[in-house]
Design a protein around this ligand. Structure first.
Ligand code: GDP
Length: 254
């Protein structure tokens, strides 16, 4: 039986002091409506995560126990604008602190709709996470919406693009609807959980406030230029929201 088939809801956290003691966990991030909850449910083999009809409604970090103090962690979807600014800042601080300082976090799964990969906010999330030195695995989900050839073409493009972020960033096709890509994803995540230390310290890597010199941990100037959020160096469409065009956002909007 897969490790994830034991997953059961454990608790929701609204602040950093609420997070449980943990021996290892994998966090799932992604733009609202990308298919994150569906991917978690597909991996778990049951409907443990809420599949939303209203993008961005979930504002809690949900912990699903995998046994032996290990967790799968569902982060709120980003890119949803209708959050009052006053309630937004403490929340971002919590998420930022969680992603930057959580020692038991073994790696980050980033769920992207295969038809809209590497949006500006996705790129920011990847850049922001880079200095932790921990691995990222991108699930290009809803692959069933494209022909096999079209999905493979996007996979190759995204592979090329994320290779510039960090050597321990990887990507695969996934479909929650067709249950394809499950074994590959489970293999990656199991590997993370079974190894106590997965972070590779990048030379000069240090955490920066999002939006401020985000690429400075990467000494490869070409990679830095190519990864500037909004630079569209990746040949993918910018996120749907036109309100961000022409300026560089400060952090992923959650
Ligand atoms: P989240 O906001 O990222 O958690 O996204 P959800 O998991 O709630 O999914 C958003 C919508 O996309 C829902 O209507 C899902 O049924 C649909 N969806 C999610 N994954 C897939 C998939 O692999 N294939 C297809 N065709 N639809 C999907």
């Amino acid at each position: 039986m897969s490790l994830f088939h034991k997953a059961a809801f454990f608790k929701s956290a609204a602040a950093f002091q609420d997070v449980p003691a943990s021996d290892g966990e994998i966090a799932f991030a992604g733009r609202s409506n990308a298919g994150k909850s569906s991917a978690i449910n597909a991996l778990a083999g049951s409907r443990i995560a809420f599949v939303s009809k209203t993008p961005g409604r979930t504002r809690l970090v949900n912990f699903y126990a995998l046994g032996a103090e290990r967790f799968l962690v569902d982060l709120p979807g980003y890119g949803y604008a209708k959050i009052p600014a006053a309630t937004d800042a403490p929340w971002k601080n919590f998420l930022g602190e969680y992603l930057r300082t959580r020692a038991s976090l073994r790696g980050l799964a980033v769920v992207m709709d295969v038809r809209h990969p590497l949006t500006e906010l996705d790129q920011m999330m990847l850049l922001w996470f880079c200095p932790t030195g921990k691995p990222v695995h991108v699930l290009l989900t809803k692959a069933d919406k494209l022909s096999r050839a079209a999905a493979q073409k996007i996979l190759r493009q995204v592979e090329g693009a994320i290779a510039a972020f960090a050597p321990n960033f990887s990507v695969q096709l996934f479909s929650s609807r067709k249950k394809s890509g499950l074994e590959e994803a489970q293999g990656v995540f199991r590997g993370w959980l079974e190894h106590t230390q997965t972070a590779t310290t990048l030379p000069g890597a240090e955490m920066k406030t999002p939006g401020h010199d985000q690429g400075s941990g990467n000494k490869n100037p070409r990679a830095i230029r190519g990864n500037q959020p909004g630079a569209n160096a990746l040949r993918f469409k910018a996120p749907r929201s036109g309100r961000r065009s022409g300026r560089r956002p400060k952090s992923p909007t959650v």
